[in-house]
Design a protein around this ligand. Structure first.
Ligand SMILES: N[C@@H](CCC(=O)N[C@@H](CS)C(=O)NCC(=O)O)C(=O)O
Length: 212
């Protein structure tokens, strides 16, 4: 399998975590999201994803975009299951995963931040205020969810899709220097997950295209 991604991309980060948890071998194909206006916008990459976003997973003939679709496909290939079989547990896991992947990540994505700071002329300060506002509101709600559902992980003590989606958003929040002290459970779950080998291997700084 081949994974087209970018070291700092949270959606790529999710897929890397899943691949490592399942110990599935893959070739990593970096797509630089910033250089020359963004390689994701090149005609060559647009053949893999007309939406011009990473990640893309290629498995033989199959070309897949959308990190959650990719991870559910990986779940069908190898364990451990990231979406549990029990329908109630699965729905809870998906609820927490979507809080991060559907409600938070898209409004803090690169192209949205570029639009806010550049096109809408909000500048670096406006961009930072935007990130702080949306991350804080999403994390405050997530902290409440964790009070109800968390153990060592987001839902109980088993690693799930919710954890795979949380960790990259916490990485982003730390990168943008958001104060996470109001979310002690979220930070504790994040710290617990950071101890797991697969999460360590998937970290942005560990990727071959990382610029440190
Ligand atoms: N819903 C998509 C989101 C993909 C996405 O937003 N990718 C970002 C990186 S995390 C991207 O390629 N951004 C490029 C850009 O904004 O131009 C998924 O889960 O795969």
């Amino acid at each position: 399998m081949e994974l087209y991604g970018y070291w700092r991309s949270s959606a790529s980060y999710r897929v890397r975590i899943a691949l490592h948890l399942k110990q599935l071998a893959f070739d990593y194909k970096p797509v630089h999201l910033v250089k020359d206006g963004g390689e994701q916008k090149s005609a060559e990459y647009a053949k893999l994803n007309p939406a011009k976003l990473v990640p893309t997973l290629v498995d033989g003939e199959l070309e897949l975009n959308q990190s959650l679709a990719i991870i559910e496909y990986l779940d069908s290939k190898a364990g451990p299951l990231l979406v549990p079989e029990d329908p109630k547990e699965a729905a809870i896991v998906r609820m927490l995963a979507l809080d991060m992947a559907c409600d938070l990540q898209p409004i803090t994505n690169l192209r949205v931040l570029q639009y806010v700071s550049g096109t809408l002329d909000a500048g670096d300060e406006g961009r930072q205020a935007w990130i702080e506002h949306w991350v804080s509101s999403a994390f405050a709600a997530f902290e409440k969810r964790l009070e109800k559902h968390a153990g060592a992980c987001c839902v109980g003590d088993e690693v799930s899709l919710a954890d795979v989606c949380l960790v990259p958003q916490v990485y982003n929040a730390l990168r943008f220097k958001i104060d996470l002290s109001p979310y002690p459970r979220l930070l504790q779950v994040y710290e617990n997950l950071q101890q797991i080998d697969a999460f360590q291997k998937a970290q942005p700084d560990q990727q071959p295209d990382a610029v440190l």
